[in-house]
Design a protein around this ligand. Structure first.
Ligand SMILES: Cc1ncc(COP(=O)(O)O)c(C=O)c1O
Length: 427
């Protein structure tokens, strides 16, 4: 049996951890089968408890952009650890990472570090509400901004995978302040603003969506959101938890040349450690405690080891601007070659890609540009594809509602291994 030890570990885990996992999509519920328990990772590969190696396209759901256990990140964090693990006081490292982030991300003057993307987005909307003195927010169907209550309304991948778009436990009172629109549909956003005059604090959006599979913003969509916010005194929040330091050093703002008012980060910013951040212009950030009345705090926020891992990872990327060209090119090769192989087999498919994010949809639809289109794809075929690749040593995210993340450790050898696995796939 391929996954013998993983199966045994999963059985044990289910006794003590709900569903055997500490984050739902890890449970393989969407694709079926037993989750793989990972023991270690290096470069482009993760290694399971049964001793099998996999080319990794999850990369911890995005953070490991320079590959796993990068030697520079490893030695910097180990050195840092020798000074202590956590102090609960300011450290120079926090200013260093804030300087680095504000120097490369457009349109921001100040940064607040937190422990996850969830915290970053949750705090960003609180700040937007405090700044505008308004209660409502607009979010898009299929976009995920973490698991805080306001966002668990048609929240994309995890929730969609479990067929449970709105979570029980979120009160009606909270839900009523979250207005929903279809991704890439400006008319719906305009209608929400007309029907909720002077009540909307912010629009929060994944500028390149990754939580309903990879969905690209259509031409004019983000520009339209910018204009609607400006005309209505609302703030535009770009959730760059996935796209920050991945689509470009300055994230989607740089890649797509659009300015947001508040930007949230996670994933790459922590180099694999639990880190998130939110950032904005000074006049907005001045509203945050201890300068202003909007409260936000954290025992482990700005943890020195996590900061060191983040700084080192961001410096590696920043000092090697060819890195984005390389990972984008590797992703393009995967896109072109996988589409070709599947088309030759007569398997209808559509790949969405921007930079080093991509998703493969089994579908005859010409465009996959919103959540509804994703739900109409053939997810049974995706699930078969997933298991075939897994058995052939290639690890994709275990759901057709997810994005593949390509790291700089993925080279021709790994791409060829992936393409060989696709070649032997039969529907
Ligand atoms: C766009 C986006 N925002 C927010 C989050 C939440 O981040 P975290 O899982 O670190 O809380 C995620 C996580 O996948 C995400 O993809």
């Amino acid at each position: 049996m391929l996954y013998q030890r993983s199966s045994a570990l999963f059985k044990d885990a289910q006794e003590y951890i709900p569903g055997g996992v500490n984050s739902p999509v890890r449970a393989f519920k969407s694709v079926g089968g037993t989750p793989i328990f990972i023991k270690k990772a290096e470069g482009a590969y993760i290694y399971d408890e049964d001793g099998r190696a996999y080319v990794d396209y999850i990369n911890s759901w995005g953070p490991m952009i320079v590959g796993h256990t990068h030697p520079e990140v490893l030695s910097a964090t180990v050195e840092q650890m020798k000074n202590g693990f956590s102090f609960g006081t300011p450290t120079e490292l926090e200013t260093e990472i804030a300087k680095l982030i504000t120097s490369v991300v457009p349109n921001i003057d100040m940064v607040r570090m937190v422990n996850s993307g969830t915290e970053a987005c949750m705090s960003a909307i609180r700040l937007a509400r405090g700044y505008t003195n308004r209660d409502k927010i607009v979010k898009f169907e299929g976009c995920y901004h973490g698991h805080s209550d306001s966002f668990l309304i048609k929240a994309g991948s995890g929730a969609a995978t479990f067929g449970n778009p709105n979570s029980p436990g979120v009160t009606q009172g909270t839900a009523k302040d979250t207005l929903l629109a279809e991704y890439n549909n400006l008319d719906e956003v305009k209608a929400l603003f007309e029907n909720n005059k002077d009540q909307i604090a912010a629009i929060i959006v994944e500028p390149i969506a990754g939580n309903m599979g990879c969905i690209l913003p259509e031409k004019g969509f983000l520009e339209g959101l910018r204009q609607i916010c400006d005309e209505n005194g609302a703030l535009l929040i770009f959730d760059e938890v996935m796209t920050g330091f991945r689509q470009a050093m300055g994230g989607s703002q740089e890649r797509l040349n659009i300015k947001a008012d508040i930007v949230t980060f996670g994933k790459v910013i922590g180099g694999g450690f639990p880190v998130g951040a939110f950032a904005a212009r000074r006049e907005i950030m001045n509203h945050l405690a201890p300068l202003g009345p909007v409260y936000q705090a954290g025992t482990l926020s700005g943890n020195p080891i996590a900061m060191r891992a983040g700084i080192t990872t961001l410096n590696i990327i920043n000092n090697d601007r060819e890195l984005f060209t390389r990972i984008d090119k590797a992703t393009e090769t995967l896109d072109v070659e996988i589409s070709k192989i599947l088309a030759e087999k007569g398997i209808a498919n559509k790949i969405n890609r921007l930079g080093s994010m991509m998703s493969l949809f089994f579908t005859k639809q010409d465009e996959i540009n919103n959540f509804t289109a994703v739900t109409k794809c053939n997810h049974d075929s995706f699930n078969k594809f997933f298991h075939h690749l897994l058995a052939n040593g290639v690890y994709l995210a275990p759901s057709g509602y997810e994005t593949w993340f390509i790291s700089d450790a993925i080279k021709d050898t790994e791409i060829n291994k992936t393409l060989d696995a696709v070649r032997s796939f039969e529907i």
